[in-house]
Design a protein around this ligand. Structure first.
Ligand code: ADP
Length: 609
């Protein structure tokens, strides 16, 4: 996987071949039919030229008395048909192309969703994956559709070039030579000058990301509010202006070179056009070819040049899209790094299991150099139904510990045992089904309240009474009650009847989702960070009262809420420095006791004042 943005040179045709694979799998009949129709369309134009030349010759012959009206009528009918058939077919091609594209779009979107959802969380979290995804997105899956269009363009261009070569050859082999010489430098000019413009665009991708990020500060609600309050407009505007004007001047320089070089190219083409006309006029005057043939030569010759020109231009555009398509194919080729082994144990955790961390150490899989250990030789146990609190300053490894427990990652060293079985030997899906985890950075769902809470247990039909209960336990019921549509209220302001929630309300809803999930092990990572003290108290007592028999793991900074936990783990720089109940840790009279006393005395002081 490449994480820089240097042009990918896998070869246009190799990538186009992969795109054809998708077309083949989706709708091969339409794909083949479109190729055939394009071949027809690419060559039929020459029948128009030929029949038109025949009409001219027929008119001359009739005037000279060497031909009859019948010949003229026949040529006119052929000319008429040569226009009528492609016109009718063009509509069919248009329809088939739309149908084909839509089927491709659907197939690609579904393929992408399936592929991405099969990845493991570790891969999704890696910066190389995020970077790859970002660059693939710059053109969307349109880049793959662009490559398929290129196949159709190739079909019609090759058919056109082939037919024109035959016609020119039949008129005079010299014409083929002139046409070939006129067209020869086109590819070189495109490659050099046209690609230069694309290259600048490609190398400016990073700038473009910065520009679109800076522009977002003028559009997204929270950013736009900050922009006004902190008077950030000029600062962001300057960044956009500098990057854009720098980009513009580079492109304009390249465009100038391109247009000058194309001027030279056009003169070169004209030179051979004049040579061809001179040759044909001479032959026409000497009577070795008819006037109609002169006309045919001229039309065929100019059309040939346009076709080659157009085709080569489409190659350079397709080369551009192939780079983005290559990203999609890289993405599709990714395989999850962390999977269930084929003989992993299938378990349905009706009751919370006993979990043991045994000498667990962990470092995040490094992108380049080896990263430091963030969890260091940790050992502890969680008995079924225990309420565990994890505390420690930011960056001490609390969330990482949770990720290891969820098997987002495997430990670098040591083992996690679930009812005595290594977690790696348990079916991953089964294990993750036993867990309900609410991370600090939880997603905000744009759904109705009912759907949003219901996501906690999506595989079973909605249980209204459990849902109401979950909302009550998390304190979400207070604001749900105020909505005229209650649980059917849509949380999405961009919709007409949607509304938005405060951060704390969103968090209450997320906590409700976890209550509704009612998993064997519920993990809440700072679940009350944005929640007021009264609701927080309510949530914690709900956890104690209503999660009886279930294991609950809570990460929090508030010592008042960990007091009732069965076990407290205190982390510092990846180590567990103290563990035990509140009572035990107070008796130990070390760091926990000191911090607890400090927080408690602050509350007391506040009370007194
Ligand atoms: P806490 O939850 O205690 O605030 P974390 O477990 O989130 O701490 O982080 C512990 C350490 O691991 C930090 O130094 C953090 O920078 C690092 N870290 C967290 N997530 C990643 C990641 N996805 N990749 C690399 N390092 C990470």
């Amino acid at each position: 996987m490449s994480k820089d943005n240097t042009p990918h040179d896998k070869g246009l045709f190799a990538i186009a071949f992969k795109a054809i694979g998708f077309a083949w799998r989706t709708d091969r009949k339409t794909f083949l039919l479109l190729i055939l129709l394009n071949v027809f369309n690419g060559s039929i134009v020459y029948l128009q030229f030929t029949s038109f030349s025949a009409i001219v010759d027929d008119i001359i012959a009739i005037k000279q008395g060497t031909s009859t009206m019948n010949d003229l009528i026949r040529s006119a009918v052929i000319l008429g048909l040569s226009f009528l058939v492609p016109t009718l077919l063009a509509n069919l091609v248009g329809f088939l192309r739309t149908k084909f594209r839509m089927a491709q779009d659907l197939y690609l979107d579904m393929y992408r969703v399936d592929k991405q959802s099969a990845l493991d969380i570790g891969t999704i979290e890696s910066s190389s994956y995020q970077n790859l995804l970002r660059s693939a997105h710059e053109w969307g899956t349109n880049s793959i559709l662009g490559l398929q269009d290129f196949v159709f363009t190739s079909a019609s261009s090759f058919a056109g070039i082939f037919t024109s070569m035959i016609i020119l050859w039949s008129l005079s082999p010299w014409l083929v030579l002139f046409a070939a010489l006129a067209a020869a430098p086109i590819y070189f000019f495109y490659k050099k000058y046209s690609m230069e413009v694309f290259r600048i665009r490609w190398l400016s991708i990073e700038d473009y990301r910065v520009i679109s990020n800076r522009l977002s500060h003028f559009e997204e609600m929270q950013k736009a509010v900050d922009l006004i309050l902190l008077k950030l407009k000029d600062w962001f505007r300057g960044q956009i202006y500098d990057r854009l004007s720098n980009y513009n001047s580079k492109v304009i320089r390249a465009e100038r070179k391109k247009s000058l070089s194309y001027g030279v190219l056009s003169l070169w083409y004209l030179l051979f056009l004049f040579a061809a006309i001179a040759l044909m006029t001479k032959q026409s005057l000497t009577g070795s070819i008819a006037v109609g043939a002169l006309l045919l030569a001229f039309n065929t010759y100019t059309r040939f040049y346009q076709t080659v020109n157009g085709y080569i231009e489409s190659i350079s555009i397709t080369e551009e899209s192939s780079r983005y398509a290559a990203r999609w194919f890289d993405l599709f080729a990714l395989e999850p790094k962390l999977t269930s082994s084929p003989n992993a144990m299938r378990v349905k955790f009706e009751q919370p299991p006993r979990v043991e961390f045994r000498n667990v150490s962990f470092r995040y899989p490094g992108e380049d150099a080896e990263s430091p250990l963030v969890v260091k030789n940790i050992s502890f146990t969680i008995s079924p139904g225990e309420k565990i609190a994890i505390i420690g300053v930011n960056g001490s490894g609390k969330t990482t510990l949770i990720k290891l427990l969820c098997r987002t990652y495997d430990p670098t060293e040591g083992q996690i045992l679930v009812n005595g079985v290594d977690l790696k030997d348990i079916n991953l899906r089964d294990w993750q089904s036993a867990i309900g985890v609410l991370f600090q950075d939880f997603p905000l769902y744009h759904l109705t309240i009912r759907e949003s809470i219901g996501l906690g247990n999506i595989l079973t039909p909605v249980d209204e009474s459990k849902m109401a209960e979950a909302a009550r336990y998390s304190g979400a019921d207070e604001f749900i009650e105020t909505f005229p549509r209650k649980f059917d209220q849509l949380i999405w302001k961009e919709f007409r009847e949607g509304t938005d929630l405060s951060k704390g309300q969103h968090q209450r809803l997320a906590v409700a989702r976890m209550f509704y999930r009612n998993a064997a092990i519920t993990i809440l990572d700072e679940p009350t960070a944005s929640i007021d003290a009264v609701t927080e108290e309510k949530i914690f007592s709900s956890l104690e009262e209503n999660m009886e028999g279930k294991t609950v793991i809570l990460i929090t900074h508030r010592f008042s809420s960990v007091k009732n936990a069965d076990k407290i783990l205190m982390l510092e720089q990846g180590h567990i420095i103290e563990q035990g109940s509140h009572k035990e840790l107070m008796a130990l009279n070390k760091k926990y006791a000191a911090l607890y006393t400090m927080q408690a005395s602050r509350y007391l002081q506040e009370d007194e004042s």
